[in-house]
Design a protein around this ligand. Structure first.
Ligand code: ATP
Length: 489
């Protein structure tokens, strides 16, 4: 059985072996921190997206979705602060030449302390780090690293450079350029999807006749030149975000911030994940745009880590876009302010943002689902790997399996396929023993298998097998669709 420390490796191998995730351009040895989703991975990812999208846009009448371009006018990133502020403090080891993000280097050391049972010391170290990061005190941070004897894992030395800032945005050139350094042609690959929403705020508000409070949701790719890009799909250089910007009246940000914190946790728990696996982490060092921020952390096999951020972004973005574009970013609120008896009038709205990484959510769902089960009996050793996905997220909902490849059983199975495949994703298989076929379906998390056997021809019933309990029951052919739809919708 996999322990927590090797469970992560087991999940990575499983994702590859069963067609969920492959290293990008693997035939050329892959590209660091870039991954491709395979046949079942892309289905799972799409189901997670749909679950988020529907919960935002269908369940909230005041939230609409958009799909903005990845390329944006370069001034966008000046206005948003990313050109000047989207940096991480880095430190290089002079012997190994390896570069580290300062917070990751210190956190890694604190984890080792925790493993040694030095819990108080680890806590104190992280508190000191947070305080120094909040002040951008790089000398202090370097001293903290040296005082704790933190070493490079490759060279084993503490021969560190000074700490420097490193911008995380990727850039490229637009059109035909004279010189690669031509600043006029420089465009960025967006490091977050949010700005596509901000620059379209008035387009959507006016054409959709939206009234504050209202939200705009978006799912799309984002790119960050992460320095320490390891931990599988947890930290990628190309990833996807599902973000929602909620536009509100200034002064109401505290209550909406609390509202969205609660709503987002509810969404996570609606997938049946145990509450103890989640916790909130309040930010001490706030990003350049925020007046309050927290992360929703999940207990991955590699420890509690951020899966989603909730940020009170004030009017920072809209105000700056107004300043840089010289276009008004104001909303006219004709509701009556009870204090003055007059309409609230013109203002730049405040924004609460919920921002979840789709790939991290994928990893969360996978980590939560991955189970190795010992099924041994006194007579026989046996085990299985089963992905206990919430049925609504499972890539495949139903497998249709004729017991043998003859006697008219495949024909009946094909009819079941035809009846069901326009309603949900089904899989047909007639090769190998039924036991092996069940195990393959367990390994990709298919909640139901139906087996067509000789009895089916006599009484129009099939055996339906439930993934988690492995229980089998006989049900009429006509019931299959209803049973699957009921639990996967
Ligand atoms: P981290 O501290 O882990 O770098 P962040 O605080 O910079 O993350 P945000 O800018 O708040 O992240 O982005 C919102 C969400 O996008 C994160 O909660 C995470 O789920 C996801 N995300 C951010 N960076 C990456 C990445 N490199 N790979 C995968 N997902 C990411």
């Amino acid at each position: 059985m996999a322990t927590d420390s090797n469970k992560f490796q087991a999940i990575i191998s499983h994702c590859k072996e069963y067609g969920f995730i492959f290293p990008s351009s693997e035939i050329y040895d892959g590209l660091q921190a870039v991954y491709d989703y395979g046949q079942w991975g892309s289905e799972l990812k799409k189901n997670i997206k749909d679950y988020w999208w529907n919960s935002m846009t269908r369940m909230n009448e005041n939230i609409v979705g958009i799909d903005a371009a990845i390329f944006m006018h370069p001034t966008t990133w000046k206005a948003s602060g990313h050109v000047d502020n989207f940096n991480d403090p880095m430190i290089d080891n002079k012997d190994s030449k390896k570069r580290y993000r300062v917070d990751h280097l210190i956190e890694g050391h604190a984890e080792l302390m925790e493993k040694d049972g030095r819990l108080d010391e680890a806590k104190a170290l992280l508190e000191d780090m947070d305080k120094l990061l909040a002040k951008d005190d790089f000398e202090g941070l370097r001293k903290l690293i040296l005082d704790h004897g933190i070493k490079c894992s490759i060279s084993g030395t503490a021969n560190w450079t000074d700490i420097r800032q490193f911008n995380l945005m990727f850039s490229t050139e637009f059109g035909s350029t004279v010189s690669a350094d031509d600043e006029d042609n420089k465009v960025y690959l967006r490091p977050e999807t949010a700005q596509g929403i901000f620059v379209n705020f008035l387009n959507v508000q006016k054409t959709g006749r939206m009234k504050i409070p209202f939200g705009i949701a978006q799912i799309g790719k984002a790119f960050r030149n992460e320095i320490v890009a390891r931990q599988f799909i947890f930290r990628m250089r190309e990833f996807e975000q599902m973000e929602m910007q909620f536009f509100i009246r200034p002064g109401t940000q505290k209550e909406w911030y609390e509202y969205w914190k609660a709503e987002r946790l509810k969404w996570h728990l609606s997938l049946g994940t145990a509450k103890e696996k989640y916790r909130f982490h309040d930010h001490i060092k706030l990003a350049h745009y925020a007046d309050a921020a927290c992360d929703i952390e999940f207990e991955f096999p590699i420890g509690f880590k951020e899966v989603e951020g909730i940020h009170s972004r004030t009017d920072f973005d809209l105000k700056n876009h107004q300043e840089y574009s010289k276009k008004k970013m104001q909303y006219f609120d004709n509701d009556i302010d009870e204090k003055t008896g007059k309409p609230y009038g013109n203002y730049i709205p405040y924004v609460i943002e919920t921002s979840i990484g789709l790939d991290r959510m994928f990893l969360l769902v996978m980590s939560n689902a991955y189970t190795e089960e010992d099924l041994s009996t006194p007579e026989k050793q046996d085990s299985r790997v089963v992905l206990r996905f919430p049925p609504k997220l499972a890539p495949m909902k139903l497998a249709v399996l004729p017991l043998v490849k003859k006697d008219g059983l495949p024909e009946i199975a094909r009819k079941i396929m035809d009846d069901c495949k326009s309603h949900f994703r089904c899989f047909y298989e007639e090769k190998d023993t039924i036991g092996k076929r069940y195990r393959r379906m367990d390994a990709i998390g298919t909640p139901f298998c139906v087996t067509v056997d000789q009895q089916t021809k006599e009484d129009n019933t099939v055996t339906i097998r439930h993934r988690d309990s492995m229980q089998q029951e006989r049900v009429p052919l006509t019931e299959i669709k209803r049973i699957v739809l009921e639990s996967t919708n």
